[in-house]
Write a protein that binds this ligand. Structure first.
Ligand code: NAP
Length: 530
């Protein structure tokens, strides 16, 4: 996608932070009483919203003449009045004339904005007979709860909305795929009029966060998680404090984690805080992606600068890159993609391996200064990897590269054999693991999901067998200390948890994304809260 400088962009400072856009944050208020709505207005102001949308259709026992005046007088922020009928996805199913009368009354009483649906807007604006209060702006809106139309159809829709008397154009569509959002960005960035273009659903989340990059007038942020007026709305807190919304501008670089599912990922917390503290003009998103090749082809501008990749796309990611690091090629999995800023080419690598192996090496060295840092403490060790999936391959290749003798243990024995043959190691079935102790001082790495929440009582090996291991690593990081790690520690082994692998792989990715050293202490501090 080509990016054009947004005319809405401005450079300013707030509490020492750069403000790079003038896109407003609007809090939709869906209370069932006026009292509740007034309380929520103040919460919205405290949360950092710029405007409140008063959803009149959510009010029970609504009396327009009395309640609209109260709402306007009580409101500490500019007001947007919306009275959404059921035929446009709202809750009002009464008489149309009364509904439009209420909106006209809100305009006369001092509303800053009113929202009128495209279907009735031409008639509504005509009914004003040119007597629209100068202060009030009319948002003409259209909602598509099925799909996101083509760019051509969206362009025609915008023309119709403008012709219906809109001061501000608003359309909301539905994301069937994350690439649908690109068409909406294309419309927003070329718009000559103030415009709101949002894509509903989890796959459309990017539209709600990146809209200031493309110059949109407004986005919606909720007061509470899950209390939404349209699918996929983030909270104001997430917009401001997780995604650093005010710092997003036309030249902000976009990063993110590509996965399915992905909403649980802590990576955005880590990278956005690190970007902010290091003064990097970047934003890191959750990207719910079905087809990674299509995603990378669609968002091909150099502004979409780097991606972390998680389940189930690591193998497909390797095929999408123009160049793949030799280790990632051997592993057959890429978990980090960087776009070259000069020619837009994609470079893929695997930082899972570095993250885990470095954490294990550091734990083995511990405080023992007699261990040389020139060679790996893994050299010559017997390294047992449980699992032969993406993480198993990464650990097996990493250990082999450091000079360890590697044994692969897997539930599906054929996969263990296949991986062992590729790296030049031995294979065992999971059933043989307990009785496998050719020597003491071995290293054990669990790379299966055994022991992960909610099945925290499971473990891949008996406690008795653990006494033969010097160090035990677990890729699982929910919980941080698994049953395997707890029993390993009780058996006298050193332990390395999955969070250390997670942080380690993030160091490497941060450095690849930014060219700067990773803020290691900050990463540790952030992740210590999980
Ligand atoms: P994957 O490619 O799907 O591989 C899963 C592996 O686990 C396979 O070897 C599979 O055996 C085995 N497995 C799954 N369920 C099992 C069970 N109930 N009993 C025995 N074996 C079982 O997944 P992955 O990407 O390698 O991820 C594996 C784990 O590592 C996940 O828990 C993931 O969260 C974690 N991980 C952590 C980090 C980190 O930064 N800490 C990074 C990456 C992955 P079969 O071959 O028999 O199916």
């Amino acid at each position: 996608m080509e990016l054009v400088e947004s005319t809405a962009a401005r450079l300013n400072m707030e509490n020492g932070d750069v403000i790079r856009n003038s896109t407003l944050i609007c809090a939709p208020l869906m209370a069932d009483s006026v009292d509740r709505m007034v309380k929520d207005m103040y919460r919205a102001k405290t949360s950092g919203a710029d405007v409140v949308e008063l959803r009149l259709d959510s009010l029970k026992n609504f009396n327009p003449r009395r309640d609209i005046e109260t709402l306007i007088k009580s409101c500490p922020l500019p007001t947007l009045f919306t009275y959404r009928p059921t035929w446009e996805g709202g809750q009002y199913d009464g008489d149309e004339n009364s509904r439009l009368d209420a909106l006209r009354f809100a305009m006369e009483t001092g509303a800053d904005y009113i929202d009128v649906e495209l279907q009735v807007a031409p008639e509504f604006t005509k009914s004003l007979l040119g007597k629209k209060p100068a202060k009030c702006k009319i948002i003409v809106s259209n909602h598509n709860y099925q799909i996101t139309p083509s760019v051509e159809d969206l362009g025609n829709l915008v023309v119709r909305i403008q012709a219906a008397g809109a001061d501000i154009v608003k359309f909301a569509t539905t994301a069937v795929d994350v690439t649908d959002v690109a068409r909406v960005f294309q419309i927003i960035v070329h718009s000559q009029v103030p415009i709101i273009g949002l894509v509903m659903g989890e796959r459309g989340l990017m539209s709600r966060i990146l809209c200031p990059k493309f110059g949109a007038y407004l986005t919606f942020g909720t007061l509470d998680p899950g209390v939404i007026s349209a699918p996929g709305q983030p909270t104001i807190d997430a917009l401001l404090n997780l995604y650093n919304f005010r710092q997003i501008g036309p030249d902000t670089k976009v990063y993110g984690i590509i996965g399915k599912p992905v909403s649980h990922s802590k990576s955005p917390t880590l990278y956005n805080e690190a970007f902010k503290r290091a003064g990097i003009n970047g934003v890191y998103l959750h990207l719910l992606v079905d087809d990674i090749a299509k995603f990378l082809q669609t968002y091909s501008s150099v502004d979409f600068a780097g991606f972390s990749v998680t389940i189930p796309h690591k193998e497909a990611a390797a095929k999408c890159c123009d160049e793949v690091d030799p280790v990632a090629k051997s592993i057959g999995a890429v978990n980090c993609i960087v776009r070259e800023p000069t020619d837009g080419k994609l470079f893929g690598c695997n930082t899972d391996y570095v993250g885990a192996i470095t954490a294990i090496e550091e734990a083995l060295r511990g405080s023992d200064v007699t261990i040389s840092t020139a060679s790996s403490p893994l050299a010559g060790k017997l390294f047992v990897v449980i699992g032969a999936g993406g993480a198993g391959k990464a650990l097996a290749f990493g250990a082999k590269e450091k000079g360890a003798r590697v044994v692969i243990v897997n539930r599906t024995y054929d996969r263990a054999k296949e991986l062992a043959a590729t790296i030049g190691g031995d294979a065992l079935s999971l059933a043989e693991l307990d009785n496998f102790h050719p020597e003491d001082g071995m290293i054990l790495a669990n790379t299966t999901s055994i022991g992960m929440q909610p099945k925290v009582d499971e473990t891949p090996i008996s406690k008795q067998a653990l006494r033969h291991y010097e160090l035990v690593f677990d890729a699982v990081y929910t919980p941080k200390i698994t049953r395997l790690l707890r029993e390993a520690e009780e058996s006298g082994a050193r332990i390395v948890n999955g969070l250390e692998m997670f942080i380690g792989q993030a160091y490497e990715q941060f450095e690849r994304f930014t060219g700067l050293p990773a803020p290691k202490e900050l990463f540790k501090e952030i992740m210590s809260n999980y």
